[in-house]
Design a protein around this ligand. Structure first.
Ligand code: CP
Length: 316
């Protein structure tokens, strides 16, 4: 694997999930594979899990890491070509990507969507510029429209908790006070499309995700109906896709609580974190034995580790 940008960069999903679970049992099995290799981690946005779990994965593989919070520590980057750089941006991504390539063997990039311009966000300007100009492999640590490391983590966590051969999995929209990107939901949908599960998306009217991504997936607008007999509830907020980046409802009717979880088949609760307690999900659900959120956070390490291992060895 050269770059890991989207879920479809994985060839054999079942195999990679099993390999990640094996790594979890023996994290230092490949501790020499990254010897004398450097992983650069470039953040344009905040992170807890991605930042620490990707470092931890690198440590398990014997790699060294270098980390930079680009917005606060780097020069403002210019992305347009043939522009006269008389504004605030001091450095062109063309040089920045090549310079980082001198110091690192792989670079992870986190660059969220602006939620201001759908066309620019869907062009994946930042990560695609790094792919274009860097001479080293690129790891997507959440871009405008995809968070594949999170989706791989979620698939690992589902596999670890599965009780029936074809569980019902519900991706449920949940409220949030701020407009959030679509990346986590998009990648979870893409992961479910290549998994043999019963998969349903529940979201309010006006919150349908990009129809190109949800093509062929059942989408319903009645959350309680969706929850019936579900084995896994994956909660996530996203802003409107049609009214791009907007918040359309400001009530708590889609908050996930014990009453709704009782409709499920003793279902497990999942969320990528960070999560706002009692706005997205009630304390009782998040603190219950059925909550998998900490297990998910732990699995971020092994998702990153199996991907880094494949990038280092250029295998798919
Ligand atoms: N789930 C996730 O990507 O967490 P961070 O934003 O803290 O990295």
């Amino acid at each position: 694997m050269k770059n890991f940008i989207k879920i479809n960069d994985i060839l054999d999903y079942n195999n990679i999930i099993n390999q990640a679970i094996e790594l979890k049992r023996d994290p230092y099995k490949y501790q020499n594979i990254g010897h004398n290799k450097t992983l650069g981690l470039i953040f344009f946005n905040p992170s807890l899990r991605t930042r620490l779990s990707t470092q931890k994965a690198a440590i398990h593989l014997g790699m060294k890491t270098m980390i930079m919070n680009f917005n606060s520590e780097g020069w403002g980057l210019e992305y347009e070509n043939k522009t006269i750089m008389s504004g605030n941006n001091s450095e062109h991504v063309k040089e920045a990507a090549q310079v980082i390539s001198q110091y690192c063997d792989i670079v992870g990039i986190r660059a969220f969507s602006s939620l201001k311009n759908k066309i620019i966000d869907e062009s994946e300007k930042v990560i695609n510029s790094f792919i274009k100009y860097a001479s080293i492999p690129i790891l997507n640590m959440e871009s405008s429209i995809a968070h594949p490391l999170q989706a791989l983590t979620d698939a690992i966590t589902i596999k670890e908790n599965i009780k029936t051969s074809k569980p019902k999995i519900v991706l449920s929209w949940a409220p949030h006070p701020k407009a959030l990107p679509h990346a986590v939901a998009n990648s979870f949908v893409n992961m479910m499309k290549v998994s043999d599960y019963e998969f349903v998306i529940a979201n309010p009217e006006g919150y349908n995700l990009n129809p190109e991504i949800t093509q062929g997936i059942k989408v319903i607008h009645d959350q309680k109906k969706a929850f019936k007999n579900a084995d896994f509830i994956y909660a996530k907020n996203w802003s409107s896709y049609d009214n791009y980046g907007e918040i359309l409802i400001d009530d708590n009717s889609w908050l996930i609580n014990t009453e709704k979880m009782k409709l499920t088949n003793n279902g497990k609760f999942m969320h990528c974190l960070p999560v706002r307690r009692n706005f997205v999900v009630s304390d009782a659900v998040l603190d219950s034995n059925n909550s998998l959120v900490i297990q998910q956070a732990n699995n971020r390490t092994y998702a990153a580790q199996i991907i880094l291992k494949k990038m280092i060895s250029n295998e798919r």
